[in-house]
Design a binder for this molecule. Structure first.
Ligand code: GDD
Length: 378
């Protein structure tokens, strides 16, 4: 009996090893390399690609800090404990680091999400912003050229709606009408064109995703949406700290980051590389975002006074909730416009799943849960 089982096991092992479909399956696992894995988009993209059976190599300037962030943000099990997720140290401001990483991983797809992502900050550190957001992209593309991988690796570049900048009012949408109004937008425009150039010059399958604002509970606290949802939740839980904001009438096209990472991936699955606008096609003002966020918590805001003196007041109690602080104004501001997403819809077959209301609700619920557990643990 023992003999029979042993023979069976040996045969089975032989069969498994000899099975061409088994090894084909092993070899068919795609490898992705994500620069900027610990940010909002990197985190969601890593999770998404793992769900598509990719081996994901995520690059961070500080992997130990990235691990802490993933743990705090609830991605310990889905990312850190997944054997297909590999965290690597690297920095796109250093070409040697970029070349070594690409050579070591030999990925099928590269996603460049690494950036100095604050538009406001780019006015204070324009040089650093350009180093990362412009030349960083060139370093990756050039590494593909140096390593003779131009025909082997697909490349996604996170371009930004900030490249449009000053969009003349009522002008019809035009794909190439660029007039960036911020050092951030100017750096991103360089990386947009260098991506196009390496596609045209060397035949790299390189795509720009021109991403409009995309938010989530993972959004950094300096961005206006997260600043508002956090303040709304804290107010609901008893804080009376006033929320100080800049331009309440600034408008943005806000989508949900988790939806947007799918579009990034889809671009690299097309037959031909191209550039796509990723947006909802709907504009909302900062003021509307405030009203919607507090409204989710049953707090109605009424606006009083005008200009720099404008305040948002709790209708039920008269308590001041919002004040204007000119420090949050920018030297120059991008004009909002409604992007034409027909091409994205038709060619890429992608549409956002989450609308403005749902997005605000998702962010409020997550912040409420987090604040509650923080106050519980104190
Ligand atoms: N951050 C911030 N803080 N913005 C404020 C505030 C405030 O207190 N008050 C008003 N705003 C206005 C800004 O002037 C801007 O018009 C709008 O709110 C959104 O600002 P941010 O949330 O900081 O985002 P952003 O539009 O500048 O840039 C984001 O989106 C781009 C397009 O996708 C960033 O994620 C960029 O990295 C990204 O490229």
């Amino acid at each position: 009996m023992l003999k029979k089982t042993t023979v069976f096991l040996i045969l089975l092992m032989h069969f498994v090893h000899a099975d061409p479909s088994a090894s084909a399956l092993e070899n068919s696992q795609k490898k992705a390399l994500i620069f900027g894995v610990s940010g909002q988009d990197g985190t969601y993209l890593a999770e998404f690609l793992l769900s598509k059976n990719y081996q994901v190599h995520g690059v961070s300037r500080n992997p130990r800090l990235a691990e802490e962030l993933f743990t705090i943000k609830g991605f310990k099990i889905t990312l850190l404990e997944n054997p297909d997720f590999i965290l690597l140290e690297g920095d796109i401001v250093n070409s040697t680091s970029v070349i070594k990483l690409i050579d070591k991983v030999r990925p099928d797809e590269i996603y460049n999400l690494a950036a100095q992502s604050s538009v406001k900050q780019s006015f204070e550190t324009p040089e650093e912003t350009s180093e990362v957001n412009a030349i960083g992209t060139l370093r990756i593309l050039d590494a593909l050229q140096l390593l003779s991988l131009t025909k082997k690796v697909k490349f996604f570049q996170a371009a930004s709606s900030e490249i449009y900048g000053m969009y003349p009012g009522n002008a019809p949408y035009a794909k190439y009408r660029f007039h960036p109004k911020t050092p951030y937008g100017i750096a991103k425009l360089y990386s947009y064109w260098i991506t196009v150039n390496y596609r045209e010059a060397y035949g790299i399958f390189a795509c720009n995703g021109i991403l409009f604002n995309h938010e989530s509970p993972l959004r950094g606290e300096g961005f206006v949406t997260r600043k508002i949802t956090q303040a709304a939740v804290k107010y609901k839980l008893g804080s009376r700290e006033i929320l100080k904001l800049g331009n309440l009438d600034a408008q943005r096209d806000w989508g949900y980051a988790k939806d947007y990472v799918e579009a990034m991936w889809l671009m690299l699955q097309q037959d031909e590389p191209d550039d796509f606008l990723i947006a909802t096609g709907e504009l909302h003002s900062v003021r509307e975002f405030v009203e919607q966020a507090f409204g989710e918590l049953d707090i109605e805001i009424v606006w009083k006074e005008t200009g720099i003196d404008e305040i948002g007041v709790d209708k039920a109690t008269g308590q001041i909730i919002v004040q204007i602080d000119s420090d949050f104004y920018r030297p120059t501001e991008t004009t909002p416009f409604v992007p034409n997403v027909t091409e994205t819809d038709q060619k890429l077959n992608w549409k956002p799943k989450t609308d403005f209301r749902e997005l605000v609700k998702i962010m409020i619920e997550a912040d409420y849960k987090r604040e509650k557990s923080l106050s519980h643990n104190q």
